[in-house]
Design a binder for this molecule. Structure first.
Ligand SMILES: [Cu+2]
Length: 133
């Protein structure tokens, strides 16, 4: 009985590892790179995003299928939970999500505050988000 219990204990799966990526948003990009650094992730990997807004306008992080999507189409992220709140300058928000399908996607900021009718993505605030099998 004791042996069986020990066997179960060691068979427990490890807590999923979170791949944390820190991003600093500015007007109009992430981490001082034009648009932002490309992010590469594996399907099923838990991604943690810590977004800090170091810019002068509200910003967000959201993963979408295509940066050319309309405002309405880009309201929902392509993966469940793959969007931060829209945060004000000086604020931080953290999220975790799991990309469930391989492909080439984009992350970016699709707000238009301060840039109407352009969105921040129209000003170059996006980068590739690659999900590999
Ligand atoms: Cu923005």
């Amino acid at each position: 009985m004791v042996v069986a219990a020990i066997g179960v204990f060691f068979a427990l799966p490890k807590a999923p590892q979170v791949r944390t990526i820190e991003l600093e948003a500015r007007d109009f990009g992430y981490n001082g790179v034009k648009g932002g650094p490309a992010i590469q992730i594996k399907v099923g990997e838990t991604v943690g995003i810590v977004l800090n807004n170091a810019g002068g306008l509200p910003h967000e992080f959201k993963v979408v299928q295509d940066v050319k999507m309309s405002m309405a189409e880009s309201m929902e992220p392509i993966f469940n939970g793959a969007a931060t709140r829209v945060i004000k300058p000086g604020e931080t928000d953290s999220i975790t999500f799991v990309p469930t399908k391989a492909g080439k996607y984009f992350y970016g900021c699709f707000m238009d505050e301060g840039t109407k009718p352009d969105r921040h993505s129209d000003r170059g605030m996006f980068a590739e988000f690659i999900v590999q099998n």
